[in-house]
Design a protein around this ligand. Structure first.
Ligand SMILES: NC(=O)c1ccc[n+]([C@@H]2O[C@H](COP(=O)([O-])OP(=O)(O)OC[C@H]3O[C@@H](n4cnc5c(N)ncnc54)[C@H](OP(=O)(O)O)[C@@H]3O)[C@@H](O)[C@H]2O)c1
Length: 307
């Protein structure tokens, strides 16, 4: 099959378009998906550079990408609720790193995919899963955000942050987002009640009063300042820095979950969750897409499209 892959860790120069990748195996509870779009995330860059080599077994050649939208091509014998022709989206993190989403065919454990929301294009649906699930699981499970909570989202204009702002608003929260001034209008359009400039000194000094919950997507000094931003440190969540656990807060690592994908789809169809695509690249330009994400200044999401 056709796809982008790499045989060793390194810069984006290790990525190449191949015409002769083997077709992936389809397990008993797996669906084979013909990919239309693959969202690009910072973790794709981290994996390519070898930073997760100690966390998951890796098998070369590696096809990068954990985000997917596409059409079911075939199903394993234990799959009863999806059939060839169904349109799906999903977060394809498995226990091993090998078969990613920037290839024509992607094997997907059925728990990792859900039906594509009707209101989202393939490109939008492919950009949503990893970042959307991260935001949703952090806000609902780690932070228990509800009606009337004042919630501070750091790095609010990026992939995770933009979804977090909208999901927190949908949960009834008063949302404060941090971003550089060029993105403040973007965040207000998404429903943020207040916006702060992360470059204008510690955020604790910019708040009129402490908030009820903090979602940290930055780590480092930003996380170190978080206890001064919140009333109760148990309502600090970080997806970047496990050191948050030692502060009394909670580290979140996103997991594939069909039910949560369905909830994101419901929010999208209800008009509560919008996907903003900063740039779409064709498959053969996956390296450029990853370089753009690695630069750390993307507003919304970057996606690779295959058809
Ligand atoms: N643990 C998990 O399960 C998990 C899941 C998803 C992501 N992550 C991690 O979470 C982080 C965010 O991911 P992402 O996909 O949202 O990243 P992203 O889309 O690449 O973030 C880009 C955005 O970051 C903003 N930004 C950069 N530095 C900032 C700062 N100091 N304060 C506020 N905004 C800043 C930029 O906005 P400006 O130009 O306005 O500064 C840009 O819009 C990454 O480190 C990623 O690896 C972890």
């Amino acid at each position: 099959m056709r796809g982008v892959a790499y045989d060793r860790f390194g810069s984006s120069a290790v990525l190449s378009l191949r015409e002769d990748l083997p077709d992936p195996p389809v397990g008993p509870d797996t669906v084979l998906v013909r990919a239309h779009a693959a969202g690009v995330n910072p973790v794709d860059v981290g994996i390519r550079e070898g930073h997760l080599a100690g966390a998951f077994p890796h098998h070369f050649p590696i096809v990068p990408g954990w985000d997917l939208a596409g059409t079911v091509e075939a199903v394993g014998p234990a799959v009863v609720d999806l059939a060839p022709g169904d349109e799906v989206f999903g977060y394809l993190r498995r226990d091993d790193v090998q078969w990613g989403t920037t290839a024509e065919l992607v094997p997907a454990p059925q728990r990792c995919v859900a039906r594509r929301p009707g209101s989202l294009s393939f490109a939008e649906a492919g950009a949503l899963p990893l970042a959307g699930l991260t935001a949703y699981q952090a806000l609902t499970e780690a932070l228990d955000v509800g009606e009337g909570d004042r919630v501070l989202v750091h790095r609010a204009a990026g992939g995770v942050g933009f979804f977090a702002v909208q999901i927190a608003v949908a949960l009834g929260a008063h949302v404060i987002g941090t971003a550089s001034p060029r993105n403040h209008g973007f965040l207000r359009d998404a429903g943020a009640a207040e916006v702060l400039d992360h470059a204008a000194g510690p955020v604790s000094g910019q708040l009129s009063e402490p908030v009820d919950a903090v979602l940290d997507l930055v780590g480092g000094d930003t996380l170190a300042d978080a206890p001064r931003q919140v009333r109760d440190v148990s309502r600090i969540a970080s997806v970047v820095d496990p050191a948050v656990n030692g502060m009394g807060g909670r580290y979140v690592f996103v997991r594939p979950e069909r039910h949560d994908l369905e909830e994101l789809g419901r929010m999208a169809d209800a008009g509560q969750l919008r996907v903003s695509i900063a740039r779409a690249f064709p498959l053969e330009r996956t390296a450029e897409a990853q370089d753009l994400v690695a630069g750390g200044r993307v507003r919304g999401k970057v996606v690779v499209t295959l058809r």
